[in-house]
Ligand binder design. Structure first.
Ligand code: NA7
Length: 559
């Protein structure tokens, strides 16, 4: 390599960056990971709030790339807690000797494409500069925390905690009055634990969410062994699944709207008894498409809330009313609703009484001061684009990626964006990512990116980038598929609605993991058409619609 430090710089040492490093090493590429934290883990390094846990079953939410790894690692619970996932990733880093190629406590600030040299120059906050043929972003989909713009936030005299940047030493809320803002997954997981400690916990809710029970349990040895013996089938099933999960419950072969009451209820009860989100998201062919189907399922959820929350007024406040089930990320709980049956937990509906201001000793909601010693911000993330836009990424002619995405993120397959040669985004906008089991999607992307790099190397090529026309076609396809669903109607972070001023584009690809994977394969089999190799475009006949399960209203009637 002349004038070049590495084949690839990888940003981030979470699930994406770790596997990318391992994969590239195995293919003979030189690579270095740059990581802001002082250890591996990514999302699972930062999100240490009490109760943080994965919503996908542990055996599913784990790497499949190495048989010995999956045989030797034993998960202790059905859904792994944050500390266990972090230990797993630390184990992976040790096992594959990854740390020697990771620079910790260093944040990438800028990445610039040098057109003449055809190299990326990556600059960090420690004034280091690395040059590499490829720059690969493993920056995560939910890693740029959203600090709400609430008047007086800086005036609060007590301690303020954000769920996505929780203190490593933990927080003891014993004897404290705690106010938590937000009722997404992070709040739903942490509420039961904070409620047990705090003298008083007040939850400030802007939008209630749909929540399914996790039914978490310690994994008995015989079940863990059974899982290990069936990993091959589990992983195969994940590859064929719309949500990239080998544990997804099969779709009921009837529409939610066509089932008689008794059959519908017994089907929903069966799913409820299993628990977990992958049993619900694809339960019926019409669920994500027909408001009537979503309402029927939503009413089932509402009745569950009424049954679990003793105070009927509180129960009604907790029932979602402004979006269809699944259109905002379904949450999974352990004891969330029961927390509201405690004497020391209050729920405030911000839609009825908004926050006026935060003051030194609490939060003023309407005319009432809610006293607080501690404030917990569980206010979410600038999803999918936040962490990419935080880096000053400059492509051809100095174009900034953030500027290109000013009107909405755009990429080919969530992997590459025209004007940014040799820059890959793992689970970038336009990829199935957050609508799937992230680990399945991450492994698919890493393998695919590595495949592109090997193809380029085999062709003696130097530069590859998305072709603008094909990128536009991909985004149009993504939008068309999203428009057929109820998802577009919700003010979700999927669409950027949680960040003031963020352009509204449906960010994740909603055609399903299996369809996405098949499209990627078609493109690869056609010589990676849709990607310009050293500036040369090739015709791309790949039909994006071919693999997507779609239903016309007439077909829905008979599905
Ligand atoms: P989420 O799901 O984005 O939840 C954030 C919550 O914070 C949500 O209830 C928001 O209400 C609320 N929020 C955000 N800003 C404000 C302000 N200014 N005032 C009041 N309430 C506010 O983030 P999580 O961390 O819980 O979960 C993220 C993902 O992690 C989750 O989906 C899983 O994939 C894992 P809103 O709904 O916007 O009205």
């Amino acid at each position: 390599m002349s004038g070049q430090d590495l084949d690839a710089v990888i940003v981030g040492a979470g699930f994406s960056g770790l596997y990318m490093l391992h994969k590239l090493r195995g293919l003979g590429f030189s690579a270095r990971v740059i990581e802001a934290a002082d250890d591996v883990g990514g999302t699972w390094y930062w999100n240490r709030y009490p109760g943080a846990r994965c919503d996908i079953e542990s055996c599913d939410y784990s790497y499949s790339f190495d048989e010995d790894l999956q045989q030797e690692w034993q998960w202790s619970e059905r859904y792994a807690s944050q500390p266990e996932i972090l230990r797993y990733l630390q184990h992976v880093a040790e096992r594959f000797d990854l740390r020697r190629d990771i620079t910790f406590e260093t944040r990438v600030e800028r990445a610039q494409w040098d057109e003449a040299a055809q190299l990326w120059t990556v600059s960090t906050d420690s004034d280091e500069q690395l040059t590499a043929r490829f720059c690969i972003m493993g920056t995560g989909c939910l890693s740029s925390f959203n600090t709400p713009d609430i008047p007086g936030l800086a005036d609060f005299a007590g301690d303020t905690y954000t769920t996505g940047q929780w203190p490593h030493e933990g927080v003891d809320f014993t004897g404290k009055k705690v106010v938590m803002i937000g009722t997404g997954s992070s709040s739903i997981q942490s509420t039961p634990i904070i409620a047990q400690q705090a003298e008083r916990l007040t939850i400030l809710q802007r939008t209630p969410n749909y929540v399914v029970p996790g039914h978490n349990y310690p994994m008995p040895d015989d079940e863990a062994n059974k899982v290990k013996q069936s990993y091959a089938e589990l992983r195969d099933a994940a590859q064929e699944s719309a949500v990239g999960s080998g544990r997804a419950l099969p779709r009921t072969p009837h529409l939610a709207t066509s089932l008689d009451e008794q059959t519908f209820l017994s089907d929903m009860e069966r799913r409820w008894a299993v628990g977990g989100l992958v049993g619900f998201v694809g339960a019926y062919a019409d669920l994500n498409m027909d408001p009537a189907a979503a309402n029927r399922v939503g009413e089932f959820f509402a009745d569950k809330i009424r049954a679990r929350v003793s105070d009927p007024e509180v129960a009604e406040k907790l029932i979602p009313h402004d979006h269809y089930v699944t259109t905002k990320r379904l949450c999974v709980d352990t004891g969330y609703y029961e927390s509201f049956n405690r004497d020391n937990v209050d729920l405030v509906d911000l839609r009825t009484t908004p926050i006026e201001t935060i003051v030194a000793d609490g939060v003023r909601v309407g005319d009432t001061l809610i006293e607080a010693d501690a404030l917990v911000l569980a206010t979410g993330f600038d999803a999918m684009t936040g962490s990419l836009n935080r880096i000053d990424i400059r492509g051809t002619k100095g174009m900034s990626l953030a500027d290109k995405w000013n009107e909405g993120a755009s990429s080919l397959l969530g992997l590459m964006s025209h004007g940014f040669p040799n820059l890959f985004t793992i689970t970038g906008p336009g990829s199935p990512s957050v609508l799937t089991n992230m680990v399945t999607s991450i492994e698919q992307h890493v393998d695919y990116i590595a495949g592109v790099m090997v193809y380029l190397r085999d062709q003696d090529g130097v530069q590859i980038e998305a072709e603008q026309d094909v990128e536009d076609a991909w985004m149009a396809h993504n939008n068309t598929v999203a428009q057929t669903t109820t998802y577009m109607s919700a003010n979700s972070w999927y669409i950027g609605a949680n960040i003031p001023g963020k352009p509204r584009v449906f960010l994740p690809y909603i055609g399903g993991y299996h369809a996405y994977r098949a499209i990627c394969q078609d493109i690869a089999q056609n010589g990676y058409c849709g990607f310009l190799i050293d500036g040369a475009a090739r015709p791309c006949e790949v039909n994006f619609d071919a693999h997507v399960e779609s239903f016309t209203p007439e077909e829905l009637m008979v599905a």
